[in-house]
Design a protein around this ligand. Sequence first.
Ligand code: ATP
Ligand code: MG
Length: 421
Amino acid sequence: MVDLLPQVLLRWQAVEAAARIHFQRSGFGEIRTPLMEPTDLFCRGIGEATDVVGKEMYTFRDRGDRSCTLRPEGTASVVRAALQHGLLTQGPQKLWYAGPMFRYERPQAGRQRQFHQIGVEWLGASSPRSDVEVIALAWDFLASLGVGGLELQLNSLGSVDDRKAFRTALVGWLEQRVDQLDEDSCARLSTNPLRILDSKNKATQLLLESAPTLTESLSPESRSRFDAVQHGLTTLGIPFRLNHRLVRGLDYYCHTAFEITSDQLGAQATVCGGGRYDGLICQLGGVETPAVGWALGLERLLLVLEEASKAEPTGRASQLTRAPKPDAYLINRGFQAEQAALVLARALRSQGLTVELDSSGAAFGKQFKRADRCGARFALVLGDEEAGRDEVLIKPLLEKGDESTWAIDAISAMVDLLQSR
Ligand code: ATP
Ligand code: MG
């Protein structure tokens, strides 16, 4: 779990602000759910056979002896909230969220125990076009931030029946080759066999090259649905690569599954993952309702943004990650001047200006150096001499121009100058 310091939070908030606008434009409303839920929600909503529930959750008993869990992801909570507040009786719901998630994982670059996700859930949407729209929402958001080197990987898990057929075929095929399977995959053979396709073990990956594929098990209806999704993406000019190994572990996932990866992230390459989960709402006690969504990892996105801004110092990513500069740096020294500086800084800030007030009492030369270093456009200079005359000196630091003297109470005229471009 990491602390977030001011420099990082600047970028963070720029990304969240961009997300907020982006989602609003597509009619998604924000939802915030508690950080903690009854453990049972995640057991039912993510599944006992998954790594997340099996070994990654922060679970404890509260003082009322209830089993509680810090949320490891957002979807189960969003669905719970939608059901609890009867949102689905009002028709389909387009929702987005952002916030911390908790998983007991081995920390490494791009993998933390408290991390942050931004995600969207479209509850009640069934058409292939909604899959396309949701994927485009993720793709365009990342593009709008100036992130390059992304790849969209796409697969179809088919219908529940398609998956059952595939599962049987896969398990049958693998059972004849258990001696070649790694330990983790062997354990998954009975609990969560589709997840074996996701194995990072090299020998298992090689073995899987010749295993039956999901695509072969798709019914004609599922296949034409998958075609429609691909066609939609092509119409929007969004490039993708088919990856028949891309799976989500559980039975309520179906049809579209996708990931967006970056070539900048090494082993933790997935920035965003999502897909269709038509069975989940029913699983959590609602009436059968189709749904599609995704979640992206904010820390990983920030790593990618940092690389993008290094690669292109004047690009969009750089603008996002650049710290804003103060409009003015207020240099002041002497008893009377320091009192007047407090008043002046406050008056200018109340007019919307960003003013850095030097509080060191150091020599003017030192204060000027700091003014230069912080990148302020103007230095305001107040010594006891100026203060005695109720004046302040204004000196441009970045652009050419002469210094000028102003009456200290001519706030609106000063604001005009300091904001002039
Ligand atoms: P991974 O395969 O990397 O473990 P996942 O399949 O567990 O990912 P999801 O549950 O789909 O990930 O979460 C969506 C996104 O959240 C991921 O693509 C990733 O960007 C981010 N994410 C997941 N776990 C972590 C973590 N421990 N630290 C930082 N980001 C994470
Ligand atoms: Mg994981």
